[in-house]
Design a protein around this ligand. Sequence first.
Ligand code: SDX
Length: 454
Amino acid sequence: MERTAFPAIHFPNRFPNPIPQTNRMADTLTIVDNRTGKTYELPVQAGTIRAMDLRQIKEGPDDFGVMTYDPAFMNTANCRSAITYIDGDKGVLLYRGYPIEQLAEQSDYLETAYLLLFGELPTASQQHSWTQQITTHTMLHENVKKFMEGFRYDAHPMGIFLSTVGALSTFYPDARRIFDPDSRRLQTRRLIAKVPSIAAYAFRHIVGRPYIYPDNDLSYTGNFLNMLFKMPAENFLPNPVLARALDVLFILHADHEQNCSTSAMRNIGSSHVDPYSALAGAAAALYGPLHGGANEAVLRMLNEIGSIDKVPEFIKKVKAGEAQTRLMGFGHRVYKSYDPRAKVVKQIAELVFTVTGKNPLLDIALELERIALEDEYFVSRKLYPNVDFYSGLIYQAMGFPVEMFPVLFAIPRTVGWIAQWEEMLLDPEQKIARPRQIYTGAGLRDYVLREQRP
Ligand code: SDX
């Protein structure tokens, strides 16, 4: 299927190579332990020290040694990765070195998936066989339908999605051969190909419509739209503008270095479980409203606000921290400037609305952004729109119920989870993830018989 020409999203090349070149020899950190007066020299590599190097710092021979304490890993690198680079201050996002803006404008999702997995853009023949390989794996085992019938009519599609992905591990027990590259390749193709089919089946289940089988003559997103919206009694041709818009949204959501769900994928995968089971856990992490569930939460927030004149009152509630009210779709652990993906999403919204008609909630979103970007509370905390702020407006305009929004995030992120999982598996420094703790519980005490308890 011809890819629709997309109005060029021109982003001038804003900066020279943003990746800090730490060419210097390994520097060192000198630490004086004032408890003992001892001095230690720790090597600094790529701006980090090894946490294990701290263990030599002891008060006495029986001392465990110094550990780092970093709840939520605010300042901890848990891996070396060559897949995605983010500069949160400059608003830079690179997939294997390519700026996200250029990929959004010139690439497509399957080509970007190839890039994330294999590290280089495919040649024409590689792209052709890669697309063929994915297209021929879109079918689901017929038993998946029976499995899905077990869900209530009002089941959240993300719950159906993550359960079904996990269930696929029972259909493909060969996936346990995680150190066999051919098996990993096969599971990779199966997962990328089948997640849109699972998502479409989940949607059809909750709206009570019959499942539509994949159509191999359509593009990746064209087939997905077909499986979602085709009515058996009618012909359906996916709108090329919407198919391309979804394709670009999938590019934007494909990977984002060590976010919550990717860290879950790596942690679960470090026990050497199969990739379907690990990916079900990653999808569960993404489901949360602070992460991939934020796009759904944004729409619920915009509906709750209801009209532009209610925006100032809502902002006041957020600033007062009333009932944990947050400006959903705003803020980011890494981006302390505008999320570069949100800029592209905003442009896609304008294009989609030329086909679907403008989403009336857009005006409320724009007013929220306008006020927030001027307000000291948000400015001082460096809170800007993230990828989830505008994406839901597009999905809703395209006919998706809000419950489907996190599923639309999980589909493209599947390739990022797999690429990061495989990089972890092949990293000689990685082993099973098992953090330590600071114990704050009761001291040693003996068991008390029930009749002797106060
Ligand atoms: C994604 O990590 C990734 O890369 C994720 C992601 C990806 O591609 O994988 O980019 C996708 O998950 C995007 C984020 C989607 N989530 C939301 O939009 C939910 C709303 N945003 C947040 O709750 C929050 O901003 C987080 C969770 C995204 C980041 O939280 P942090 O880094 O832990 O920051 P924090 O909660 O410690 O907040 C710092 C301050 C606090 O105020 P003070 O205690 O200092 O007074 O900022 C405030 C927070 O209250 N704050 C917000 C806010 N986000 C942070 N206040 C109002 N509205 C918000 N959205």
